[in-house]
Write a protein that binds this ligand. Structure first.
Ligand SMILES: Nc1nc2c(c(=O)[nH]1)N[C@H]1C(S)=C(S)[C@@H](COP(=O)(O)OP(=O)(O)OC[C@H]3O[C@@H](n4cnc5c(=O)[nH]c(N)nc54)[C@H](O)[C@@H]3O)O[C@H]1N2
Ligand SMILES: Nc1nc2c(c(=O)[nH]1)N[C@H]1C(S)=C(S)[C@@H](COP(=O)(O)OP(=O)(O)OC[C@H]3O[C@@H](n4cnc5c(=O)[nH]c(N)nc54)[C@H](O)[C@@H]3O)O[C@H]1N2
Ligand code: SF4
Ligand SMILES: [Mo]
Length: 752
């Protein structure tokens, strides 16, 4: 007997609905796109189609491992947790404990619900995550402008008339901080309805090939380009009055509501932006960016003239030297062109589990890292300084590391240094399904269950969706004695806080009571004054995680308790294909959490960083710089063990312009050197990349891997070359794009 089941794909940000066929043994026999999912409508990519292969990968760990020297021993769960406790008990000072949370935490219920309590229980400020190798600039820019790090506007893809996209390649990545299943189809539809798509990228990507226009930009210079556009808007008087901003009444008319309605001007700092932009006229910016001045001027005019438009920028612009400035300028443009918070522009989604967004004004740099004095952002320190904290003796030196769903040896800047540093730790614990480049250093590895044994709700990603939408996928297969990832993290939190919690429940009961108590005390929460015990008993769900989801849904904006709807876990279970909650709607007033109650167009920290940008405007660029890229059938470092996904077009090659190949006299392979390391790589000459720029994908470097398929396709790790000493200053984010390198033929010895 086969069965047909439905669930959300957890592999990337597109949240596609999948329809799986299982045989009686619970093996996946087919995976298709779920045609009845109102958001993804049957879309699927090769990764989703391989979910069964991934789930049943024989190299996945099924039992905890304890390392004794170079040997690994499979152990039972109680022995594994006892070993973790013994390791943590040896730490005299909790400042010496570090935790690294990797990317899949953004795709799991466990990461969303148990990450924060775990950090709290560990009692350390040595908190690191993939965020500072990814989107921290976006959080910092949003935090400073809108008052909340998660108030990230997304392009209203399905309605916009004009999309300016920088440093993103959704035809390979399927989109990021813009949850949009079938991103390619949505871009085609934009063009189909007469809209215009412009892509800015140092490579003519598949997305650029689909666009109306592709603009080559020199890596790391997007902030200059964006400033050039801002400059033009002011210079040509193209700043658009809008519901958000009335430029005639620009400064300091805070909250004046002449007709008693909405404030006429909800923007602070317009004049400061105008002043700052003066330094970046198109001609000056053109020299730095490689974008012709007339193109910059035209882009400004087009953005201003389009009936609706959105500017969207992603990883190519985040993981760069001026990442935060670039993210800021993206939304400055959305404001100046009248497109923030209006249909067809850049809008704030309203996720079903949004509840009680924090009101304290957003701050960065509340504390600093011990060794380099780098500022905290969102409660985290930059992963670019993790090695410093492990290597540098003194009070608070990191001796104990917990990694959850991360592979920083391959994903962090200058990962090779972390590889060595991890070898020096006193104790390391990894929650991960694989023995890999990072977890090989652990003393204990705790594997989460298979995907199909796990419930799934996209707490994080649905907050960036281009339509409001919700869907819950309950576990499809029983756990068979294996703890869920939620239980693993809850148990670790219990160990860390010295509480003898069992595998299930208590942490969730605590969190639920806290949330209910707060909501019951909050006027207008929908359950004000109601009895906590009674409400708690009304919650449904098989697990603590499901009950917490139920609570968040009921208290959320569409919830049956607090919102304007009837959402609950029950309703989602009754609608296994998911529910469309409608097109995005203007909601700036609900989202804004700045102290002034206005959009802060010129936060002091960013205006200060503009000086750094100005300082480098006239700088001669390096002769050759390195950037990254993604391949459709890859996912950071961990899908290379699935046969159908590796090889072919998904290989670790250095893209290089043929003119550079000829100029440098290169053959089939070359040696790439940076300030931090060197690699010998196969070349892929292609005129789709700018001269003076080379590109290598990240996540490779599996030589000697315990994963059998990955070991056959090892590739090299680009993060041997990247430099942890250069960061985006306001956010501490890693710089992966624009790394200076030299390239020489193999066999040539270069004296240093
Ligand atoms: N040079 C360069 N470096 C980059 C980037 C780049 O563009 N260029 N991109 C950066 C970006 S955007 C990111 S997000 C980071 C990613 O950085 P990381 O998150 O550190 O690395 P991943 O490769 O995503 O590793 C994920 C790990 O989680 C494990 N895993 C998978 N599923 C689960 C699960 O359900 N539970 C648990 N516990 N573990 C699981 C995998 O086995 C793997 O070990 O890399 C960054 N590094
Ligand atoms: N197939 C696949 N999908 C993924 C992932 C994956 O590894 N593989 N990873 C997931 C993760 S963790 C993330 S964060 C997202 C990222 O999603 P995207 O941001 O769409 O990531 P990329 O496909 O790497 O596209 C980044 C583009 O930026 C360009 N670029 C590099 N430097 C610069 C620059 O200085 N300026 C400009 N303008 N462009 C530049 C690169 O050439 C590249 O085309 O993808 C997610 N989806
Ligand atoms: S696009 Fe992303 S979510 Fe959709 S099937 Fe592919 S990997 Fe899964
Ligand atoms: Mo990422």
């Amino acid at each position: 007997m086969t069965s047909t089941v439905h669930r959300t794909c957890p592999l990337c940000e597109a949240v596609c609905g999948l329809t799986l066929t299982l045989d009686e043994g619970g093996h996946v026999t087919s995976v298709r796109g779920d045609k009845e999912d109102p958001f993804s409508k049957g879309f699927i990519c090769p990764k989703g189609a391989s979910l069964g292969r991934l789930d049943e990968d024989p190299d996945r760990l099924r039992k905890p491992l304890i390392r004794e020297g170079d040997l690994w021993r499979e152990v039972g769960w109680e022995e594994a947790f006892a070993a973790v406790k013994a390791g943590l008990d040896r730490v005299a000072d909790r400042r010496s404990v570090a935790v690294y949370l990797g990317n899949p935490n953004a795709h799991s219920m466990a990461g969303a619900l148990y990450g924060a309590p775990l950090i709290k229980a560990l009692g350390t400020r040595n908190v690191y995550s993939a965020s500072t190798a990814d989107q921290m600039p976006k959080h910092v820019a949003s935090g400073l402008m809108f008052g909340h790090p998660l108030a990230i506007p997304v392009p209203d893809l399905d309605r916009t008339d004009y999309l300016l996209m920088l440093g993103a390649n959704p035809l390979e990545s399927n989109g990021s901080l813009c949850t949009a299943p079938d991103f390619p189809g949505r871009l085609k539809a934009l063009r189909g309805r007469g809209g215009r798509l412009v892509v800015v990228d140092p490579r003519r990507t598949r997305t650029a090939a689909l666009a109306d226009e592709h603009v080559f930009v020199r890596p790391g210079t997007d902030a200059y380009l964006l400033f050039g556009i801002v400059h033009t808007l002011f210079a040509e008087d193209l700043v658009t009055p809008s519901a958000v901003m009335d430029p005639q009444r620009s400064e300091d008319i805070h909250h004046s509501t002449p007709s008693g309605g909405r404030p006429a001007n909800r923007v602070n700092g317009l004049d400061q932006v105008r002043k700052a932009a003066k330094h970046f006229p198109p001609e000056a910016v053109s020299r730095r960016t490689g974008v012709p001045a007339e193109v910059i001027v035209r882009l400004a005019r087009e953005l201003a003239a389009a009936p609706t438009a959105a500017v969207y920028a992603r990883i190519g612009t985040c993981t760069a030297e001026f990442g935060t400035l670039a993210q800021w300028l993206v939304d400055v443009l959305n404001v100046l062109t009248g497109n923030l918070d209006r249909p067809g522009g850049a809008m704030f989604p309203k996720p079903a589990t949004e509840f009680g967004m924090r009101r304290r004004p957003y701050q960065v740099g509340r504390w600093k890292s011990r060794v380099r004095g780098l500022p905290e952002a969102n409660g985290e320190l930059p992963v670019a300084t993790l090695a410093d904290e492990i290597e540098t003796p003194g009070e608070g030196q990191v001796t104990f590391l917990l990694t959850v769903a991360g592979n920083p040896v391959l994903s962090a800047p200058h990962g090779a240094r972390l590889d060595a540093a991890f070898g020096r730790l006193d104790f390391m614990v990894s929650v991960d399904p694989y023995l890999n480049e990072t977890t090989k250093h652990a003393n204990v590895i705790l594997p989460p269950p298979r995907v199909l044994q796990s419930g799934h709700y996209d707490f994080a990603l649905l907050g960036f969706a281009v339509r409001n939408y919700t869907r819950y996928s309950p576990p499809l297969l029983p756990l068979d004695g294996q703890p869920s990832e939620a239980q693993i993290l809850a148990r670790l939190a219990a160990i860390a806080s010295g509480i003898a919690l069992g595998l299930d429940g208590d942490l969730d009961a605590f969190v639920i009571d806290e949330m209910l108590r707060k909501a019951a005390e909050t006027p207008g929460s929908g359950i004000e004054g109601r009895d906590v015990a009674e409400l708690r008993d009304a919650l449904e769900g098989e697990t603590g995680g499901e009950r917490r989801l139920d609570l968040m849904l009921r208290l959320g904006p569409y919830g049956e308790w607090a919102g304007k709807g009837d959402l609950s876990l029950r309703k989602l279970l009754d609608n296994p294909h998911g529910l469309d909650l409608g097109a995005l709607e203007p909601r700036l007033d609900e989202v804004l959490k700045t102290a002034s109650g206005l959009v802060e167009l010129a936060p002091p920290q960013l205006i200060e960083d503009v000086e750094r940008l100005r300082g480098k405007l006239a700088e001669e660029p390096p002769e050759i710089v390195l950037i990254g890229r993604r391949h459709l059938r890859s996912n950071n470092s961990w899908l290379h063990n699935v046969g159908p996904l590796v090889g072919g077009s998904n290989t670790c090659t250095l893209q290089i312009n043929p003119a550079d190949v000829a100029r440098l006299g290169l053959g089939g392979e070359a040696v790439v050197r940076s300030a931090k390391g060197q690699l010998t790589v196969p070349l892929e000459p292609t005129d789709t990349i700018m001269p003076g720029v080379v590109s290598l994908p990240h996540g490779w470097g599996h030589a000697g891997s315990a994963q059998s398929v990955a070991a056959e396709h090892p590739g090299v790790s680009v993060n041997t070359l990247t430099d942890e000493s250069t960061i985006d200053v306001p956010s501490g984010n890693a710089v992966f794009n624009g790394v200076p390198v030299t390239i020489s033929p193999t066999g040539v010895i270069i004296a240093h």
